[in-house]
Ligand binder design. Structure first.
Ligand code: 6PG
Length: 254
């Protein structure tokens, strides 16, 4: 893990979400003023739900030029878009339906296909077209939001799975034995090509994974979050005190 990773420890989850929301406002304003658009790959799971609700709520909604933002996903489950486990559904309910963005700004992982590899290939070709990529080029997202599992996974890069080794693709289908399910995920090189990657991690259940990823030996096969090291970008960890509980000396951030 690059030592220049920024670490922000908030006293509680609310402080972590607010910090992340402020960075989202800053990053989107900077990108839109320099390129006219902001490209963000959103994380799934449950942690970001509260962040998305905050961003689309009174305190932040009017501070963000939503119509200039293009929404992608860092990963998706192999389920229909209206399934309880769908990251798209979670994002739609907690964010997209509340801010009203043009449908052309929403770049969904289309999952109603038989073959997970076809889903991955179609999502990858969306990225190729949108980012005008050359062969085996990588998208350069302005921001990628990530969470971290208790096993140190991020996006759908789970320990000891094939996606960890991929170097020449931006998106792959990744079979996760322990979940007995397929996932679609950005690959490490795609994530590491971003301008800014933010891990948003809250709760005591993540404390040992956070400690192992940030302070333990480099074992990316076992701790895939250690693969995340933007080549020419910022890396920020936003934690609450509970998730930072295992770190050697996490001083609270102001
Ligand atoms: C997913 C996410 C995944 C998530 C972690 C943490 O699709 O589940 O992309 O990487 O960020 O599993 O999940 P929680 O926030 O629910 O703890």
């Amino acid at each position: 893990m690059r030592v220049e990773a920024e670490l922000f420890v908030a006293p509680d989850g609310g402080g972590a979400y607010r910090r992340c929301a402020e960075l989202f406002v800053e990053a989107s304003a900077a990108a839109i003023s320099s390129t006219g658009r902001f490209t963000v790959a959103l994380s799934g799971g449950s942690t970001p739900t509260e962040l998305y609700g905050l961003l689309s709520g009174e305190a932040y909604r009017l501070r963000i030029s939503w119509q200039d933002i293009h929404f992608f996903w860092g990963d998706e489950r192999y389920v229909p878009p209206d399934h309880a486990d769908s990251n798209f559904r979670m994002t739609k309910e907690s964010l997209l339906d509340r801010i009203g963005v043009p449908s052309s700004n929403i770049h969904q992982v289309v999952t109603d296909r038989e073959d997970p590899a076809q889903i991955a290939a179609e999502y990858e070709s969306q990225l190729v077209q949108f980012f005008r990529l050359a062969r085996s080029g990588q998208p350069r997202f302005d921001l990628i939001l990530l969470g971290m599992g208790e096993d140190g996974h991020t996006a759908s890069l789970f320990p000891e799975t094939p996606a960890l080794q991929v170097k020449d693709r931006a998106v792959v289908a990744n079979y996760v034995e322990k979940l007995e399910s397929w996932r679609i995920t950005l690959t490490p090189p795609a994530i590491n090509n971003a301008l800014h990657v933010i891990f948003l991690i809250t709760g005591a259940s993540k404390a040992s994974a956070v400690r192992d990823v940030l302070e333990g030996p480099y074992r990316p096969e076992r701790l895939p979050s250690q693969l995340i090291d933007p080549v020419k970008g910022r890396l920020t960890f936003i934690l609450d005190r509970a998730a930072a509980g295992g770190l050697s000396a996490p001083s609270l951030s102001r």
